[in-house]
Ligand binder design. Structure first.
Ligand code: NAD
Length: 312
């Protein structure tokens, strides 16, 4: 018998989002100006930059790529922050592949940061503060792009339940995230828990649980170490499995995944074996195309926020 699993491709998920973004771009007085900064020799970085250029061109965004020396990047970013002609900035990481990349993330103005990696944006996200201008609440805070892409995928797949109130739509869902990096796994766990999910965050050091407490009593998520739990325990009980382990060696053990689970891979390698289709109800093999639309959506949001700021 044919497996029941539905394979959902990022391209199809991106289409709906793209329509929303395209309408927003059309309504602007002038095309958005996005500037990319490439300062590494990584072919993946180059590919990502080419991909940004193509997506921008197709959607009425003017994209300029700056290829700069890594040592000159920080100053180039400061200049870009000050330049009123520039609406959004994207840096292709890793640049130094060390703590120093963090300094670059701090340098990009939070009013131009389409990746959502500025410290104030990240801090708002962890505290579940959704606006940049409380209590007026007219300027929505920007979320980190890859975690937001995964949220958009979960919305598309109706894991978010629209019957529930905004901010609680994952109440009752159990989600495993295999990856706890500072750019994807940890912020994603916090965001999903802030929306009401019971999240199990798994990395090489073990399992942590992110929740808003029983009955969502807490205003923001809390984190508890779960030394007694292993991946096998949390896979067995989870409705959604999101995996992002780098490298081609790692595979999520299919036999431990719950029957009918929703499985999403965000690693650049395949973290799921082909037989996942005999277990999962929905399988999303890659997410990159959604991430790039989310970057454009963040750019649009920055432009909507901008008239009320001084641009720096
Ligand atoms: P990272 O190296 O910073 O983090 C890797 C994480 O995986 C860490 O938390 C680590 O503990 C965990 N991990 C490693 N081996 C593990 C194992 N055996 N079991 C459980 N956890 C394990 O990487 P990153 O920046 O988070 O990127 C991860 C992957 O996601 C990469 O393949 C990257 O290319 C991809 N990525 C994709 C997008 C996209 O939009 N598609 C965006 C960003 C990153």
């Amino acid at each position: 018998p044919q497996p029941l699993c539905k394979v959902v491709l990022a391209n199809n998920i991106a289409k709906n989002l793209l329509q929303e973004v395209a309408a927003g771009i059309k309504a602007l007085e002038r095309p958005p100006q996005l500037h990319g900064f490439l300062a590494n020799r990584d072919p993946a970085g180059r590919m990502y930059a080419d991909w940004t250029a193509k997506t921008c061109k197709d959607n009425g965004i003017e994209f300029t790529l700056h290829e700069v020396n890594a040592e000159e990047l920080e100053e180039a970013l400061r200049q870009a922050n000050k330049d009123d002609e520039i609406d959004g900035i994207i840096v292709y990481y890793p640049v130094f592949n060390s703590q120093r990349d963090r300094t670059l993330q701090w340098t990009v103005s939070l009013y131009k940061d389409i990746e959502g990696l500025s410290p104030q944006l990240i801090s708002n996200m962890y505290q579940n503060i959704r606006f940049l201008d409380p209590p007026t609440n007219t300027m929505k805070s920007i979320l980190p792009c890859t975690p937001l892409a995964i949220i958009k995928i979960l919305e598309h797949l109706q894991v978010y339940n629209n019957i529930l109130d905004y901010g609680k739509r994952l109440f009752g869902r159990r989600i495993v995230i295999i990856n706890r990096s500072e750019v994807v796994g940890r912020p994603l766990a916090a965001l999903l828990a802030n929306d009401g999910a019971e999240v199990y965050s798994v990395d090489v050091t073990g399992v942590q649980q992110f929740t808003r407490g029983s009955g969502l009593k807490k205003q923001k998520h809390e984190v508890i170490d779960k030394p007694d739990l292993a991946l096998r325990d949390v896979l067995r009980i989870s409705d959604v499995v999101i995996s992002g382990v780098p490298g081609d060696k790692y595979k999520v053990p299919t036999e431990l995944v719950r029957d009918g689970a929703i499985c999403i891979n965000f690693s650049s390698e395949k973290n799921f074996n082909p037989d996942i289709k005999e277990k999962a109800s929905i399988y999303v093999p890659a997410i990159g195309k959604v991430t790039i639309v989310v970057l454009m959506r963040n750019l649009l949001r920055l432009m909507e926020n901008r008239p009320r700021t001084n641009g720096t």
